[in-house]
Ligand binder design. Structure first.
Ligand code: FMN
Length: 318
């Protein structure tokens, strides 16, 4: 096995994924690495059509391409469909390295309350210049603007629907890791440390957390988190199809690595994109040319938080 390929895969696995399920499997051949979806860790309630799963695979793909260049390989996607994303790698002296490589291990989802400092024009322009394509668009909504107010209302509606849904709560709880033993045993899921919580035995933690998984409690927390952010950032797709989800994942990853480079924090407020009825309403009412609202982030300034665990690469290589 080419040791460079193993390192490239290790960087791929630093990508974000819904509930940190890490829904990828890698396989290697002489000059290719393939990423395949692992539906065993799909999230049927929150992500019924596997959209977030494929976005996560797109994020891992982008990390992989950036890491391949760093290790001196020309890398091209030679297959991209629901079954597989295959990358061909050729060693070359001509490879142009991508500075974003250095942000792969620094990037994180930061769910803390931000500082309320606004992102300056120069930095915003840099983010706005991350080129979307014809089928993918990025919209920035400054907190306090009418667009941000509308999106915030829909985040609240999303919390109301999701937190009133027992199946949603149980799925979320099943991915929560309440102490070091659970984190070590699974190396996936949402670690207590990432949320700034103390370690607790499973049974006690579940009782406590259930009290927080309620619409009003979530909305109170989210209102504050949004108010102290600088912008909401909405990613749209034209047709809401798998190919676009993978491409969106690649774009999202470049976006998140760029904000990391600029010292800006980011976290997901994806509720209105996850609840189909709300996404359909937003598609009709927002000034987004009928595109599909696919992913929503908040960005701003904050101190780093602890990092999420990852599985060892041996566990995700077929
Ligand atoms: C497509 C997608 C959707 C996500 N949705 C949410 C979300 O709704 N709420 C949230 O807190 N985190 C969300 N996340 C963030 C993941 O939980 C996070 O990536 C994972 O826990 C790993 O942590 P890291 O990003 O810090 O490496 C999402 C990530 C992806 C890729």
């Amino acid at each position: 096995m080419n040791p460079d390929f193993l390192e490239i895969i290790r960087y791929a696995t630093k990508a974000p994924s819904g509930h940190n399920t890490q829904p990828w499997r890698f396989s290697l051949a002489e000059n290719t690495i393939s990423i395949r979806p692992n539906f065993e860790v799909a999230l049927p309630v929150v992500d019924g059509d596997n959209r977030e799963l494929y976005i996560s695979l797109g994020c891992a793909t982008e990390n992989q391409l950036i890491a391949a260049a760093h290790f001196g390989y020309e890398a091209h996607i030679v297959q991209c469909d629901t079954a597989e994303i295959k990358i061909e790698l050729t060693k070359s002296n001509q490879v142009v390295k991508d500075n974003l490589f250095h942000q792969i291990e620094r990037r994180q989802t930061n769910r803390s309350v931000y500082s309320s400092k606004k992102i300056g024009n120069e930095q915003l322009e840099k983010l706005q210049s991350i080129s979307p394509s014809e089928n993918l668009k990025i919209y920035f909504a400054e907190i306090g603007s009418p667009l941000a107010d509308t999106l915030s209302q829909y985040i609240a509606k999303g919390n109301e629907i999701q937190m009133s849904d027992k199946a949603f709560r149980e799925e979320l709880l099943s991915w929560m890791r309440f102490n070091g033993r659970q984190v070590k045993a699974t190396c996936n899921g949402l670690s207590y440390k990432v949320f700034g919580n103390p370690a607790l035995p499973d049974v006690i933690a579940k009782l406590i957390v259930r009290q927080f998984l309620k619409p009003n409690t979530q909305n109170k927390g989210d209102r504050k988190k949004i108010a102290f952010s600088s912008h909401l950032v909405l990613f749209t797709t034209k047709h809401n199809i798998v190919k676009e989800w993978i491409d969106l994942g690649r774009l999202l990853q470049r976006f998140c690595l760029t904000v990391t480079e600029l010292g800006i924090a980011s976290a997901y407020c994806n509720q209105p994109c996850e609840v189909v009825s709300l996404a359909n309403e937003l598609q009709k009412t927002l000034p987004i040319n009928g595109e599909y609202p696919t992913l929503l982030l908040r960005i701003g300034y904050a101190d780093p938080t602890p990092y999420s665990p990852r599985k060892k690469i041996e566990e995700v290589i077929e």
